[in-house]
Design a protein around this ligand. Structure first.
Ligand code: PLP
Length: 355
């Protein structure tokens, strides 16, 4: 058995994978593969509608917001957010809390002025800046809720005088969020929601149509809303597997239930990192992520042998991102607590062997 701590694409529930595999051969008894049915068929329209209503239900999306399933990953949203929300000659504010935030703000510069209100670049993003002022003349304020590479996470969202735009790629559906506090939320599916190939966008309708610029159809949220995420052929398989994952989440008790589990998983793992003299955490304590737990070996020479021991135990995907080094345990929704326990036991065994 493998314990998948990979950062992205991340782990999906086993039963979801089994259902998805079946649907590739025969989709719901249609005699056709999910990969070959028309996206305009009633069978697929039902899938898309269910995916949208599960997002609304599980995330508590209020009236006045649209839910879209788009393509191009979160990286495309780095550009589409300013394309759709930043008026000609206007300004957007960004919090630079990691490399993904940096990529997002670089894309916004194609569309207008960008004010970086604060950055933690000087410390290689080990913390989330909290001391800043959001300019009231900005069209929006862009944040990254969870910094996948560095293992930091916003524990609370800033109170913003302008609409909040949030990249939630690596912690969407892992904790309760008040959607009404946001103007736009986007997330690549492939960490907590489904497979790569689909991107969730939740946008407040009344923010649209105010930029004064013409936007090509595929990049235009309003066109995508009117087309019901089907302006062109949608990524049917990725949407289907996301829908199954959301159903799995609902059956588990929804976001509040998974949040409790995620808190327990993270607490147990950080407790081991803090008490085991062979390892230390990377991020400052108050900003520690409950999705991506980054840590290093006290002695860099222990890095390779520890990864080798992990490999023997079936632990995969633990190597840290190249810009941080060490280890990164991505503990997304579908990772069971039993896998956390295997990692903890492996850390203890390593310490015992090397003392
Ligand atoms: N934003 C965050 C926080 C991420 O972790 C990632 C990918 O790891 C991205 C954006 C980029 O996502 P995509 O590969 O879907 O473009």
């Amino acid at each position: 058995m493998k314990h998948n701590f990979g950062a992205g694409p991340g782990i999906l529930p086993n039963e979801v994978l089994k259902q998805a595999a079946e649907a590739v051969i025969d989709f719901n008894g249609t005699g056709l593969s999910l990969l070959e049915i028309s996206h305009r068929s009633p069978e697929f329209e039902a899938v898309l509608n269910e995916a949208v209503s599960l997002v609304k239900e599980l995330f508590g999306v209020p009236e006045g917001y649209s839910v879209l399933f788009l393509q191009g990953g979160a990286s495309t949203q780095f550009a589409l957010a300013p394309y759709n929300l930043l008026p000609e000659g206007g300004k957007a504010a960004y919090l630079e809390s990691g490399v993904w935030a940096n990529k997002a703000l670089k894309e916004a510069k194609f569309f207008g002025e960008v004010e970086v209100v604060a950055t933690s670049k000087e410390s290689n993003f080990t913390y989330i800046p909290k001391d800043y002022t959001i300019p009231t003349d900005a069209a929006y304020f862009h944040i990254t809720s969870n910094n996948t590479i560095y293992g930091t996470q916003m524990q609370e969202f800033p109170k913003s005088p302008v609409p909040l735009v949030c990249d939630m790629s690596s912690d969407i559906f892992s904790r309760t969020v008040n959607v009404a506090d946001f103007g736009l939320i986007y997330a690549g599916a492939q960490k907590n929601m489904g497979p790569a190939g689909v991107t969730l966008v939740i946008v407040k309708d009344d923010l649209l149509g105010k930029t004064g610029r013409k936007i090509p159809a595929m990049f235009n949220y309003q066109v995508q809303i009117e087309g019901g995420s089907m302006y062109n052929t949608p990524p049917c398989f990725a949407i289907y597997v996301s829908m199954l994952t959301l159903k799995w989440l609902k059956a588990k008790g929804g976001v509040p239930a998974i949040e409790t589990e995620n808190n327990e998983k993270a607490k147990a793992l950080y407790a081991e990192i803090d008490s085991n003299p062979f390892f230390k955490a990377v991020a400052v304590e108050e900003d520690r992520s409950r999705m991506n737990v980054c840590f290093v070996a006290e002695n860099p020479e222990h890095e390779k042998p520890f990864l080798k021991l992990c490999d023997e135990k079936g632990i995969v995907g633990l190597k840290g991102h190249r810009s941080v080094g060490g280890f990164r345990a991505s503990i997304y929704n579908a990772l069971p607590i039993s896998s956390i326990n295997v990692l903890i036991e492996t850390m203890q065994e390593f310490a015992e062997k090397n003392k």
